[in-house]
Design a protein around this ligand. Structure first.
Ligand SMILES: Cc1cn([C@H]2C[C@H](O)[C@@H](COP(=O)(O)OP(=O)(O)O[C@H]3O[C@@H](C)C(=O)[C@@H](O)[C@H]3O)O2)c(=O)[nH]c1=O
Length: 192
């Protein structure tokens, strides 16, 4: 088995660990494979790779999502440092609407998080010099890009660092709460 897959508490959110072949030179790993994922029942067509670097511990990016027809599945991994990575169900009518789940991802653990369409995504860096690489299944569209407050009490994310240490973009600092955010109208639309 090339990928070890562990479902998290919210339906569709998966922690994935690709196999690592270690030898005296270092290691080799298939970090994503269309065939490998399809064999595991995950048929996603990614169209863009993103790479983000955060210089400090406590950088918080999120919670972000794109509206349909540019909704994105995201496959997130860390190549340097570590993060606490979070997915929030924002599908109106979903039985788990507004609930969140998260996992620590690190270069050492070599684990990934699959955040499906219909979920807002955010992460907090747990170490300085952290680099995150993620694949997305729809192109970036600034017009469809949306944010929700990382500290919305209606969601209640327990971040592993104190909020006083967080470093945010102006956009994220001024993001609306979930109750005021423009969301998907239906789960069907989100998962189309
Ligand atoms: C996300 C994105 C941004 N940009 C540009 C827009 C802006 O000028 C600059 C920085 O964008 P942001 O401040 O939105 O970057 P950032 O806060 O890192 O946004 C990212 O956060 C994580 C949590 C996600 O889930 C991603 O989908 C994305 O929303 O990069 C692109 O050109 N393409 C992209 O795909």
């Amino acid at each position: 088995m090339t990928f070890e897959i562990r479902p998290l508490e919210l339906d569709g959110v998966l922690e994935i660990r690709p196999r690592k072949f270690v030898d005296e030179r270092g290691f080799f790993s298939e970090t994503w494979s269309a065939r490998g994922f399809a064999d595991a029942g995950i048929g996603l067509a990614f169209v863009q790779d993103n790479h983000s670097y955060s210089s400090a511990r406590g950088v918080l990016r999120g919670l972000h999502y794109q509206l349909p027809p540019f909704a994105q599945d995201k496959l997130v991994r860390v190549v340097k440092g570590s993060i606490f990575d979070v997915a929030v169900d924002i599908r109106k009518g979903s039985p788990t609407f507004a609930r969140w789940c998260g996992a620590r991802l690190s270069a050492k653990e070599w684990n990934q998080l699959l955040v499906p369409k219909g979920f807002a995504h955010g992460f907090l860096t747990l170490e300085p010099e952290t680099e995150v690489i993620y694949k997305v299944s729809s192109p970036y569209s600034a017009a469809h890009d949306r944010g929700i407050r990382f500290d919305d009490p209606d969601i209640g994310i327990i971040w592993p660092l104190a909020a006083s240490q967080f470093q945010l973009s102006d956009k994220d600092r001024n993001a609306p709460r979930l109750a005021k955010a423009q969301l998907y109208e239906a789960m069907e639309e989100a998962s189309a």
